[in-house]
Every structure is written in structure tokens, then in C-alpha cells.
Design a protein around this ligand. Structure first.
Ligand code: ZN
Ligand code: ZN
Length: 354
């Protein structure tokens, strides 16, 4: 089968042929219908030295995947070949308290996981291939009627990550509140749609690119702003001087974090989702009183079920551009050049083939 592989750290993705895996006991072979190209893959390709992460190449890229159940390993029940599924991307040990609660992204026994802190496309072979070997049936969520793998795949990360971040702040997102989304790419435009679909908060989106601000508008943002020296004052003016109740920083650079801190109001949430690697000095007078700062990583299985349902009901419409699998290396090049609006999704096959 075809696979788009990361062969070594600090290299470009390679389209190649590998053996089609056969599912062992408890495993499921998924025919991939869609695999999203994530900005975090660019960090994987370009930024890591050997030994920094607890796993290493070679492996097949692609950590946001959906497709059809193809072959069941011995002992797997409750799934049928041809059934459309989304793949929960973080693969934990399956037995610790966090995993039993569905929080495999925060597995507390990573040494017992298939790879520590990873999953398909993150240390193990992912979905940028004709087939994806999923190590346990619990990682598969059947798609609701009417939702295609192409729409579902980006929701497993680009949707699930902001959904988790928004959901944990629901208590602060009253109809009188304001949420600010910093960075309107694959995750950010879905963050705006999720806020719109699940809360009555006012939504402000921030991005330097005009195309991104247009996408934020069409996704439901009330106000779009470009970064710059007047941004903090503009947010204050739009919030009766208060600042924002919830700020989602989907970039995470020094400058976006400084902005986020300056616009978070007392008792607000500042959630760092983006992995640009910036830092935020925390001090008594450096943040609004009782503001909470947190990072989030991905989301959990039950949240993905809720999110897929929202999408099947037509309340989310991910901005997607599809590409054939063979073009995946160029897709990553386009992502690195900032040429992608919304989410780039690679489609290995359009239909289930028994
Ligand atoms: Zn990702
Ligand atoms: Zn675990």
C-alpha cells in the first residue's frame, strides 16, 4: 500500500510503498477515507532532535483520520466491515484511571501504551496511507448518519482540540461573555464555529491574514481583528472595557501570549492550545486577578462523539480542501508556506472497497 512516511528527524515526508498490515488480536484495519494535514506535523518534520520525544521515525504521518472498518482482528466484536468510523488519535495504555475515563491523551502509564504519549502518526504508523492499523477497537467511533470520512477526519484533531478547550470553559461562556480566538487556521476556524454552535458568547477572532479573517467571519465571528499596537484597546472597546472572559491562543508564541494575557479579564480563562513554544511570565501584577492559565492537549473520546453529532446536525462546517494521497508531500510544503486556508485533507480513497 501507499504511505507518506517520516523516515528520520528533520526531513521531508516521503511517499513510498509499504506492506499492508494485518490486524492481530483486538486490532482493526481501517481503510483510510481521509487524513488531515496538521500544522503540528510541521514541527514533527522540522523541529525535533533525536532523543527529545520518547519515540522516533520511521513512521507513517497522519494523526487525524477517518475511514471504513476493513478487517477485524481476532476477538473484535461490535464493528462491521464497511462501517464508517473516526479514529480517536491518542492511544494510551487503556487501563489507568485516565484511560478508563476516556482521557487517553492524558494516560498516566505511558510506558504501557503502544508508544508513550503518541498514537497513529505520532510514533506509530498513521493514516496518510491506504490503510491504518488501529491497535484497539475502543479507538474507533462510528460516524453518525450523513457524516462522511472527509468531514469527520479533521474533527478528530482540528475540531476536537478546540472543542475540549471551549467545553472546559463552558461555565464562563454566558450570553454576556466574550471569547477571543487567536489564530484562525485549521483549529481556529473550528473554534469559532464551536463557540457559535454551543454558546451565545460574543466571538472575536484575531489573525494577521485577511483570508483567515474572512474565514473567521464566515465561521460566525462577531468581530475580526488583526494583531498590532491597537489590538488590546480594540478588544477592550468591544467588551465595555472589561476584556475577554475566555481567550483561546491557538498560536502560543511570545507575542500572542502577551496579547492573550493583556486581554483576559479578571476571573477569565486563558487557554494555550498552540505549540509555537512561546512563554508567558506569570506574576501577581502580570495577569488579571483570578485569571486561570492552562494548556490543553487534544480531547477525549466522549467529546469526539459529541462533536461528530454537532457536525452531523449541520452545526459545524469545516473549511476543507482535499488532495489525493500522492500529493501529501506538496500539501505539507503548502502548509509550511502558509498557503492553506482551513484544513488540508488527504483522501487515499473515496469509497470503501471490500
Ligand atoms: Zn494535530
Ligand atoms: Zn493509560
Amino acid at each position: 500500500m501507499r504511505a507518506v512516511r517520516l523516515e528520520s528527524w528533520k526531513s521531508e515526508p516521503l511517499l513510498t510503498e509499504v506492506a499492508t498490515p494485518a490486524p492481530g488480536p483486538g486490532e482493526v484495519l481501517v481503510q483510510v477515507g481521509a487524513a488531515g494535514a496538521c500544522h503540528s506535523d510541521l514541527h514533527l518534520l522540522h523541529d525535533f532532535e533525536p532523543g527529545v520525544l520518547p519515540w522516533s521515525p520511521p513512521f507513517t504521518l497522519g494523526h487525524e483520520n477517518a475511514g471504513w472498518v476493513h478487517t477485524l482482528g481476532p476477538g473484535v466484536r461490535g464493528l462491521e466491515p464497511g462501517q464508517p468510523v473516526a479514529v480517536v488519535g491518542a492511544w494510551g495504555c487503556g487501563r489507568c484511571g485516565r484511560c478508563l475515563a476516556g482521557l487517553e491523551n492524558y494516560c498516566e502509564a505511558p510506558a504501557s501504551a503502544p508508544v508513550p504519549g503518541g498514537g497513529g502518526g505520532l510514533g506509530l504508523d498513521g493514516g496518510m496511507a491506504d490503510f491504518l492499523l488501529v491497535p484497539a477497537a475502543r479507538h474507533l467511533v462510528p460516524l453518525p448518519d450523513g457524516l462522511s470520512p472527509v468531514l469527520a477526519a479533521p474533527l478528530t484533531d482540528a475540531g476536537l482540540t478546540p472543542y475540549h478547550a471551549v467545553r472546559r470553559s463552558f461555565g464562563k461562556l454566558s450570553p454576556a461573555s466574550t471569547a477571543v480566538v487567536i489564530g484562525v487556521g485549521g483549529l481556529g476556524h473550528l473554534a469559532v464555529q464551536i463557540l457559535r454552535a454551543t454558546t451565545a458568547a460574543h466571538v472575536i477572532a484575531v489573525d494577521p491574514k485577511e483570508t483567515a479573517l474572512q474565514l473567521a467571519k464566515s465561521s460566525g465571528a462577531d468581530l475580526t481583528l488583526a494583531p498590532g499596537p491597537t489590538l488590546v484597546d480594540e478588544v477592550r472597546a468591544a467588551t465595555d472595557g472589561h476584556g475577554a472572559d475566555v481567550v483561546l491562543d491557538l498560536v502560543g508564541s511570545d507575542s500572542t501570549l502577551a496579547t492573550a494575557a493583556a486581554i483576559t479579564r479578571p476571573l477569565g480563562d486563558l487557554t494555550i492550545v498552540g505549540i509555537a513554544g512561546g512563554s508567558l511570565p506569570v506574576s501577581f501584577f502580570g495577569l488579571a486577578y483570578e485569571a486561570s492559565v492552562q494548556t490543553t492537549y487534544w480531547g477525549n473520546r466522549s467529546e469526539l462523539v459529541e462533536l461528530l453529532d454537532l457536525a452531523a446536525r449541520g452545526l459545524l462546517s469545516p473549511e476543507i480542501t482535499t488532495f489525493p494521497l500522492d500529493e501529501a508531500p506538496e500539501v505539507y510544503a503548502g502548509l509550511a508556506a502558509g498557503d492553506v486556508t482551513g484544513r488540508a485533507v488527504v483522501v487515499p480513497s473515496h469509497d470503501y472497497t471490500p
